[in-house]
Design a protein around this ligand. Structure first.
Ligand SMILES: [Zn+2]
Length: 215
């Protein structure tokens, strides 16, 4: 009996977690408009002021970047205002990123950029790092788990959670450097502790296997 009760609670929780609705602000060049965002099995919807209401299916989203402070959506539609560049949308607010991450990771491929530093599952090892960027870099920790690599940093929207399938390849020019390349971009890390050759090779192998490039 006890088992049956637990199972039905789990099913209920899973049903509840298949959609999320929350308040966000759509950022304009000047000010913005308040509205409601819905994320469910059909896609992402925003209902704001006047004509500011859109509905995107997952396949129509070129990139969705989720962070605890913002959601960025890049579509495939050309923008006349931006001289033919793809149309993009910025939403800000208190985003329920922890709740949205599992919803989106099961529905989106590499076009989902998880700017969250959420560790999932057991971590096999971690390294203190600096993410090198053109102007100001960020510092944090790279944690290597069974299903994902997580870069956690206090810097706003700079954290990332990569499923192994999100990683196109990794590279290293030595024990104190690691590059992780994804569909979004290449991330170069300066390592504050060396990565051993054995660990690097194991990581490379794991990524190749997860991506089906080797057996
Ligand atoms: Zn608006």
């Amino acid at each position: 009996m006890a088992f049956g009760k637990t199972a039905s609670c789990l099913i209920l929780a899973a049903t509840l977690a298949s959609a999320a609705q929350f308040a966000v602000r759509h950022e304009h060049l000047r000010q913005g408009c308040a509205g409601v965002m819905t994320v469910d099995e059909n896609g992402v919807r925003f209902t704001g002021a006047k004509k500011h209401a859109w509905s995107w299916k997952y396949e129509d989203i070129q990139q969705l970047r989720l962070s605890p402070e913002s959601i960025y959506i890049l579509t495939y539609k050309d923008s006349k205002l931006r001289l033919g560049k793809d149309r993009e949308y910025n939403f800000t607010g208190k985003i329920p990123a922890e709740e949205l991450y599992p919803l989106l990771k099961d529905r989106m491929d590499q076009r989902f950029v998880a700017a969250v530093g959420q560790a999932s599952g057991a971590v096999s090892f971690s390294l203190p790092v600096k993410h090198l960027r053109p102007i100001v870099g960020s510092e944090g920790t790279l944690a290597f788990g069974a299903d994902a690599i997580v870069y956690s940093t206090p810097a706003k929207a700079e954290s990332r959670t990569w499923r192994y399938s999100d990683i196109e390849n990794i590279g290293s020019s030595g024990p104190f450097q690691l590059t992780i390349t994804t569909l979004e971009k290449g991330f170069t890390f300066q390592l504050k502790q060396p990565i051993t050759e054995a660990r690097y090779n194991q990581l490379w192998l794991q990524i190749e296997k997860k991506n089906g490039r080797i057996q």
